[in-house]
Write a new protein. Sequence first.
Length: 95
Amino acid sequence: MTLPAEPKIAFLASSAPEAQAALAELTSTHAQHQPENADVICALGGDGFMLQSLHQYAESGLPVFGMKLGAVGFLMNQYRADDLLDRLRAAEPAV
């Protein structure tokens, strides 16, 4: 994924406690941006939350990078807080 040197990330999280904890961890390390001002959306949760995020922001054209923090996550990347920017840049789009 092509991103600026310091990408603006909009973190979205499901209501699951694990997703909320990940949201707190990631926003303490990376600045939180509103989706309309972001370069990428990072969805934290399960497949249902990923699909909801894709549907909600489809018209924005923003890439959505999902990390699994729910019970089901076939569409998601594994959650890791470290090396997030490298992982975002290495991500390949799925259409």
